[in-house]
Write a protein that binds this ligand. Structure first.
Ligand code: ADP
Ligand code: NI
Length: 212
């Protein structure tokens, strides 16, 4: 499989991306995936690497025409040397891994899919996750926080829509990701990164309330 060609392609496609799906996100997810692969056995590395590099290209934040993008990726993947079976599995992972897709119904992914999903979710946590959340908030014209909002971890979807601040995103999604990790290694990393985010949120709230 021609990894450098895939990287060149995604670098080009994501070059104008500032919603958190820039090329460096893909590089970090690849690094996470390589670490997770070390603790697992018998997996198809081509599928993991291709799915990592391509996973965000069908996100509706990146494309308005998901089906056309999928068709293009099918052709591209053939050019990059992925087998029929691998191409199908990469697309299967990409279309079933997202957090929102799994809210109503949980999809059981292959080991390859579980690794890609964990690797992507780890990049939404910790110091990097905090940075990405605020970067997204700026990109989406959302407030950093709302002094009147009551932040609760079990906030419903409807309540959440009325409070789309960055701080609320931590409670609505980021603090919940730890419990969704598939692999042991990712669970361990997620626990540390989530503890760091909780520490950060405590500090944030203390500063908002005024130094005593
Ligand atoms: P990915 O699956 O690649 O992590 P997402 O599309 O879920 O991508 O989000 C990209 C980044 O933007 C993530 O770090 C996520 O936490 C952040 N993000 C997404 N939605 C919001 C939001 N409403 N407020 C703040 N950050 C957000
Ligand atoms: Ni991603």
């Amino acid at each position: 499989m021609q990894i450098e060609e895939i990287k060149d392609y995604v670098r080009e496609v994501t070059s104008q991306e500032f919603s958190g799906h820039d090329y460096l996100h893909l590089e970090r997810v690849l690094q996470n995936a390589e670490l997770l692969m070390q603790s697992e056995e018998n997996m198809n590395q081509d599928v993991i690497v291709a799915a990592v590099l391509l996973h965000d290209l069908i996100d509706d934040k990146l494309t308005d025409t998901v089906n056309e993008t999928i068709d293009e990726l099918r052709i591209k993947m053939r050019e990059w040397g992925l087998t029929d079976v691998d191409r199908a599995e990469v697309l299967n992972i990409m279309t079933h891994m997202s957090y929102s897709k799994n809210l109503e119904q949980h999809y059981k992914l292959s080991l390859e899919g579980e690794i890609v999903q964990d690797a992507d979710r780890l990049d939404a946590l910790g110091a990097i996750g905090i940075g990405r959340a605020f970067a997204y908030g700026g990109h989406a014209n959302n407030l950093m926080y709302n002094p009147n909002e009551i932040v609760r971890e079990n906030m419903s979807e409807i309540e959440y829509r009325q409070h789309s601040t960055v701080i609320n995103h931590f409670y609505e999604k980021l603090l919940k990701l730890e419990s969704t990790m598939n692999t042991k290694t990712a669970q361990t990393i997620a626990a540390r990164r989530t503890a760091f985010m909780r520490f950060y949120l405590d500090e944030f709230m203390a500063e908002i309330q005024g130094e005593k």
